[in-house]
Write a protein that binds this ligand. Structure first.
Ligand code: F6R
Length: 256
């Protein structure tokens, strides 16, 4: 894992945006895995401002609430179109977001996995992290080799996401999410985390044991993970000095 600690969320995001821009310039038909929530908002704003060419890009979103139609203002369909897709020249047919209204979720999930495979797999997956260590909506005790499937949100995630819905009783209990095994197949992963409330989960992910109780710790298995943090999210890392030292001494060819 490469741990990149920056003074602010803006600075950490701009490292991530540069890595993604470099990929899209080198591989115009890249396949991106995308996240929603408050964390990637700055990233999407930054990518829009870079005026990249998205014509050949394919995207797969991590997750969607079950029971929310795409036009619902809190659906991840709405989120993605509002915050990224409608501002770039992506082809609608290349956008994939789990269908929360699917009548046969198990079949839908199998087909979603097949679509990722037939697109050639995900080149770069963007992740946020929940306060309980979830990535996608793989809640604690998710199988480390899980695939796209239905999950039930924990009470904590349910509470955390009430801020988007106005009240907790409006937050759906179920979601469709890519599995941890699905995420691990991405060729490269960028995990973003900002703010003190993510510090515990980040310390457990980077320096804790690999364990299903902290699902993001599975990223320790992956050979190409960059963790982009602001100072507050990095606060509980015991080896922060070393991560700063590594970043400050990167060879030129490794700069972003
Ligand atoms: C959303 C997702 C989740 C969020 C996580 C953090 O697509 O995959 O794992 O990244 O819940 O959410 P925020 O960014 O709102 O703190």
């Amino acid at each position: 894992m490469e741990i990149i600690i920056q003074p602010s969320a803006e600075a950490a995001t701009s490292v991530a945006a540069r890595i993604i821009a470099k990929l899209l310039r080198a591989k115009p038909a890249a396949v991106l895995g995308l996240a929603t929530g408050s964390t990637p908002l700055l990233l999407y704003r930054g990518l829009i401002a870079m005026k990249l060419d998205w014509r050949k890009v394919t995207t797969f979103n991590l997750d969607e609430y079950v029971g929310l139609p795409p036009e619902h203002e809190q659906s991840y369909h709405s989120f993605m179109w509002e915050n990224l897709f409608r501002h770039v020249n992506i082809a609608k047919k290349n956008v994939h977001i789990p269908d929360g209204m699917s009548r046969n979720i198990a079949t839908f999930c199998t087909q979603y996995e097949a679509k990722i495979r037939s697109a050639g797999g995900i080149d770069l997956q963007v992740l946020g992290i929940g306060t309980d260590g979830h990535i996608g909506f793989n809640e604690p005790t998710s199988s480390l080799s899980s695939r796209t499937r239905l999950k039930t949100l924990t009470r904590q995630t349910h509470r955390d996401n009430a801020r988007f819905f106005g009240s907790a009783d409006k937050v759906p209990h179920h979601v469709i999410t890519m599995g941890l095994g699905t995420i691990l197949e991405a060729r490269e992963i960028i995990l973003l985390a900002f703010g003190a409330k993510k510090a515990r989960a980040i310390a457990a992910t980077v320096e804790g044991p690999l364990s299903a109780i902290n699902p993001a710790s599975v990223l320790q298995w992956h050979p190409q993970v960059k963790v982009c943090l602001d100072a507050a999210a990095a606060k509980k890392l015991k080896r922060a000095d070393y991560y700063h030292w590594v970043y400050a001494n990167k060879p030129d060819w490794q700069q972003y």
